[in-house]
Structure formats: C-alpha cells, structure tokens
Design a protein around this ligand. Structure first.
Ligand SMILES: C[S@@+](CC[C@H](N)C(=O)[O-])C[C@H]1O[C@@H](n2cnc3c(N)ncnc32)[C@H](O)[C@@H]1O
Length: 222
C-alpha cells in the first residue's frame, strides 16, 4: 500500500524545522512538549543507561542521544529521515565533545538495517509515520534489552483531543501544500506488538497528551 506521507515529505518538513522544532530549541514556545521530553529522559535515566549502547530512531537534532551519552551510555547511534537534522545532531555532538561516542545517520527506521543496541528509543516519532507496524517490526529486534517510546494518548478524553489536534495540524499541512501528515495510532496496538516481541512493561507515565512507555525484554539478549 502506497503511503500518503512519503519519506521525502517527512524529510522535507523536518529539514525546514531544524533549529526551531526540535527540543530544546522550541522549549519556550512548546513548554508542554518540553515537559514531556524531560519526563521521558528522566524515566530512561532512572532505568539506567550507564555502560549501555543506545539507538535513537527519529533522533531529530540528537538532544536525547547526547543526554544519554553524557549520562554514561557507552555509545549511541541516531537515525533520522531529515538530513538537516542529522547534520545538526553531528554538530551538537562535536560541540559537546561526544563525537567519538555517537554516530548519526540519515535513513528510515522502518526500513534501514538496524544494528542491535542495548536500548532502542523513539520520542515523538511514531505519530509522524503512517505505518507503525513496519516501524515496530523493523526496530524491535534491534533492542537487546530495553525498548522505549512516547506516543500521543488516545484514552478517555484524549481520544477526541488527539484526533481534533491531528485534524487541525493536517489541515495546516494541506493549506501549505506539504505532503507531511501526522497520524493517530492506537497505543494499545503498539503495546501488543512490543509485548509479542518478548518485552514486558517496566515504566509507564503520562505527560498531558503523551504516553511514555519503557519496556524491557523478559530475556535480555547477548
Ligand atoms: C517530532 S520530531 C521529534 C524529534 C526528536 N525525537 C525530538 O523529540 O526532538 C520527529 C522526527 O522523527 C523523524 N522521523 C519520522 N519518521 C521517521 C522514520 N520512519 N525514520 C526515521 N526518522 C523518522 C522526523 O524526520 C523528525 O526528525
């Protein structure tokens, strides 16, 4: 099935956002997103990253990747469809003196060959991609021990709020003739796929409209 929002649509949209979309650059204009991202980072740090390798999918400008390395992750890889975001992430790693421990690449996390890492994370990515099954099927096997993500909530009142927000956002994309779209995916379907791959829930949190989920493999892989 042909996707409505192609890799090029996603890359073009986020290429133009570099320096203004990715946290923390937009922390002041999007304090709620910033709060959610901080809560996700804190949950990952509480889970423990020291000595672990990390793979961040849809890493944007690499803030989370760099924070986890500063917190003791032994090495990290970031992957994003936006070449501009990847270039910014590399610059950030240079500035932070982390270039020898992190690598950023351009590619589609749902299709690229992903090297196994201890921890696989994605923050605010699944709602930018039309086919979550493909994204999960390709990335779950790359997680040796922890798989963590954030996804917009659809429980209770959030079912309507998330859908309305998505309709407005996509109307804006249409108005500006962008191919990029955001999608509402059922977090329960994502949870089923993660559990079917051998993970169990370790931490779950919410930050307003976002669900934060951290899973660990029942049997960590070598
Ligand atoms: C909303 S931004 C979030 C960026 C970063 N995770 C953060 O929290 O600042 C979503 C990012 O995911 C990337 N993205 C979306 N689908 C992707 C895919 N299938 N593979 C790789 N990157 C993807 C976009 O290019 C964009 O940089």
């Amino acid at each position: 099935v042909k996707r409505r929002s192609t890799d090029q649509d996603i890359a073009r949209f986020f290429d133009e956002k570099v320096g203004c979309c990715s946290t923390p650059a937009d922390a002041r204009s999007h304090p709620l997103k910033e709060r959610m991202t901080r809560a996700f980072e804190d949950a990952l740090l509480a889970e423990g990253v020291a000595g672990k390798s990390v793979l961040e999918l849809g890493c944007g400008e690499g803030r989370l990747t760099r924070r986890l390395v500063r917190a003791g992750a032994v090495r990290a890889t970031g992957l994003d469809l936006s070449a501009n975001a990847v270039a910014a992430a590399r610059r950030g790693a240079q500035e932070d003196g982390l270039a020898d421990r992190v690598a950023f690449h351009t590619g589609n996390a749902a299709e690229a060959a992903l090297e196994p890492h201890d921890i696989v994370v994605h923050n605010r990515v699944i709602c930018c991609y039309e086919d979550p099954e493909e994204l999960l099927a390709n990335s779950l096997p790359a997680a040796r021990s922890v798989y963590a993500y954030t996804i917009p909530r659809t429980d209770g009142v959030w079912a309507a709020l998330t859908r309305v927000g998505t309709v407005f956002e996509n109307a804006d994309h249409r108005l500006h003739r962008r191919g990029f779209r955001v999608f509402v995916h059922d977090p329960r379907g994502v949870r089923r796929a993660v559990e079917a791959a051998g993970f169990r829930l370790k931490r779950r949190g919410t930050s307003l409209g976002w669900l934060i989920a951290i899973y660990a493999r029942s049997q960590p892989q070598e």
